[in-house]
Design a protein around this ligand. Structure first.
Ligand code: AMP
Length: 402
């Protein structure tokens, strides 16, 4: 079956057309700058070079039409007829407590996803826009929602309830939800395969380090704690997000700088993290380069990033009563030997030690990078969230047909 996987942001649509027989992407791409000047579609068929098409892409509906057109186009397309697309899988960031697994999207389900906008005002509205656009452009085929939060739904209350009046959890759903669930699930399963054991026998820690960063403790296949919380702002230091901080700091800054709620939100989500500390960039490549060239603030940002990662790894080893495998994934996790080495330094008390040569060789490929004879297997696993979405979409479509 050919499944279109869609990930909608405020002004972007990422897509992949996945053939579920071979579990490969026939084409992938990105529509950027939707609703702005100079919108551009970047498209890469699996067997031909990348192409860029610019145009006036006013909204998500036009964006999806562009995507379907290029998938069908004579020169850059990979299908002959739109009926070859048999289902659409959508990444939906927040499933709240309502969605513990993926669902076929019906009118009722869409209304329920809409009712969660309050929990994820920065993400869910765009995901819903994508769903509506696909329903218009590709009517009469199943649409499936796959939630970033679903993998974490079995986290125990002592890990998801915050130290604020319990009534606020009941009234507003303020609790830890966790994100990047499809990625943590995928890499944990790949890591188990690399270790030659079922995931149900392993205690794993998975570190998804991309623009957004989160780390998860997985006990025999179940997420039991994760660093992102009520929103994707909590936890590790990220490109532009602060991660953990004393909540009183926000009140203090808002009062001193006379910031509105919106401005405070922007400060924490867009101007903090690696970018805010270094003043250089949110991109780890730049940070590492500048840090090596003795830029003190870039070095500080890198040190904070790795130190916080080490603290989380050790605390999740405690949550799991030991650890069998540690997995690095996403842009930084897959490509930065420097970060992996620094995060794993002085961790031999836990049985974590890297093989320096293997660590340097492991760039964007599955590889065991632990030193021979060490207790904990440390692995690099490229993530594949789109494949998880396609697999779940296929499963639900087949279930519907049965
Ligand atoms: P992602 O969100 O998974 O696409 O990750 C994007 C981030 O990965 C970028 O912002 C970079 O910070 C980081 N990244 C990508 N390539 C490298 C690399 N070679 N070394 C260090 N960081 C990298």
């Amino acid at each position: 079956m050919k499944i279109l996987v869609i990930n909608c942001g405020s002004s972007s649509v990422k897509y992949q057309l996945i053939d579920t027989e071979t579990e490969t992407a026939l084409a992938k791409g990105l529509v950027a700058r939707i609703g702005m000047s100079a919108s551009v579609l970047t498209h890469k068929p699996h067997d031909r070079p990348e192409v860029k098409v610019s145009g006036e892409i006013l909204d998500h509906i036009v964006a999806i039409e562009y995507v379907v057109s290029i998938l069908l186009s004579e020169n850059h397309g990979v299908i002959k007829d739109r009926s070859e697309i048999q289902a659409v899988g959508h990444r939906v960031v927040h499933g709240g407590e309502r969605f513990s697994e993926s669902v076929l999207i019906t009118k009722e389900m869409l209304a329920e996803i809409r009712s969660l906008i309050d929990l994820a005002p920065l993400h869910n509205p765009h995901n819903i826009r994508g769903i509506n656009a696909c329903m218009k452009t590709l009517p009469n085929i199943p649409q499936v929602a796959v939630f970033d939060t679903a993998f974490h739904h079995q986290i125990p209350p002592y890990a998801y309830v915050y130290g604020i009046p319990y009534i606020l959890y009941k009234r507003y759903g303020i609790r830890r939800y966790g994100f990047h669930g499809t990625s943590h699930m995928y890499v944990s399963e790949r890591a188990a395969a690399m270790m030659g054991k079922p995931v149900s026998e392993l205690r794993l820690i998975t570190a998804h380090l991309g623009n957004g960063c989160s780390i998860t403790a997985i006990d025999r296949g179940k997420s039991v704690d994760t660093s992102m919380g009520f929103t994707p702002l909590e936890g590790l230091l990220m490109g532009t997000r602060s991660g953990d901080l004393d909540p009183a700091i926000i009140l203090h800054i808002m009062a001193r700088e006379e910031l509105s709620l919106h401005e405070a939100n922007t400060l924490l989500n867009k101007h903090s993290g690696l970018a805010g500390i270094s003043g250089v960039s949110s991109d780890m490549r730049e940070i590492t380069k500048e840090a090596a060239g003795n830029n003190t603030n870039a070095k500080l940002a890198l040190d904070i990033f790795c130190y916080r990662l080490r603290k989380y790894i050790a605390s999740y080893a405690a949550a799991l009563n030991g650890v069998d495998g540690l997995v690095f994934t996403a842009g930084i996790g897959e490509n930065s030997p420097e970060v992996r080495a620094q995060a794993c330094a002085k961790m031999d008390f836990l049985g974590i030690r890297l093989d320096e040569t293997k660590n340097r060789q492991a760039i964007a490929k599955e590889m065991d990078i632990s030193a021979p004879g060490t207790k904990v297997r440390v692995m690099v696993v490229p993530t594949n969230e789109e494949l998880v979405i396609a697999r779940d979409t296929l499963r639900l479509v087949q279930k519907q047909k049965a």
